[in-house]
Design a protein around this ligand. Structure first.
Ligand SMILES: [Zn+2]
Length: 165
């Protein structure tokens, strides 16, 4: 069977699932290739469950076996869980902690608790500290949101492709 290209609607869904960024949590580049998790040569079809958005670097790493298939399936599953459970802003906060493993907290404008409600409710983030600021501050007033130990564990699982419940 001749290889066909991925239908554009399916492509859009796969890109949307990954937020138009590489699905590898520590990468998140925006130049993307639609990748078959189980190779096209074997499955000979384009199915949402078998497609993931990767940047060319991570795509190449996957083909070289530097990222294994089990991990790739896990990245895909975790994306789906995080997407359905959290808002775009909450996922961006998780992205921040995934890309900066040393960070203890994130500084955000004051009064945006509702934007992060489910991360807080689920015990992954805690509001601690408020400043009504100095002139030189980035924000007129801001809040500090700390990643809890459970939050750290969630980010760690996401990074290392372990299943998130
Ligand atoms: Zn990548």
């Amino acid at each position: 069977m001749r290889r066909t290209s991925v239908p554009s609607q399916l492509k859009r869904e796969v890109l949307l699932e990954a937020g138009h960024r590489c699905a590898i949590p520590t990468c998140r580049q925006t130049t993307l290739e639609i990748t078959h998790i189980a190779p096209w040569s074997k499955v000979k079809e384009h199915e949402f469950a078998n497609l993931i958005a990767l940047c060319p670097t991570c795509h190449a790493r996957y083909h070289k076996g530097e990222i294994d298939r089990q991990s790739m399936l896990s990245y895909k599953r975790n994306l789906s869980i995080l997407n359905s459970r959290y808002t775009d802003i909450e996922r961006r906060v998780l992205d921040f902690f995934a890309s900066q493993p040393e960070a203890q907290y994130i500084k955000l404008p004051g009064g945006v608790v509702i934007w992060l409600w489910y991360l807080i409710k689920d015990g992954y983030l805690v509001l601690d500290g408020h400043s009504s600021g100095h002139k030189e501050d980035e924000f007129p007033n801001y809040d500090l949101y700390y990643l809890t130990p459970a939050g750290r564990e969630l980010v760690q699982k996401w990074i290392s492709a372990e299943p998130i419940e």
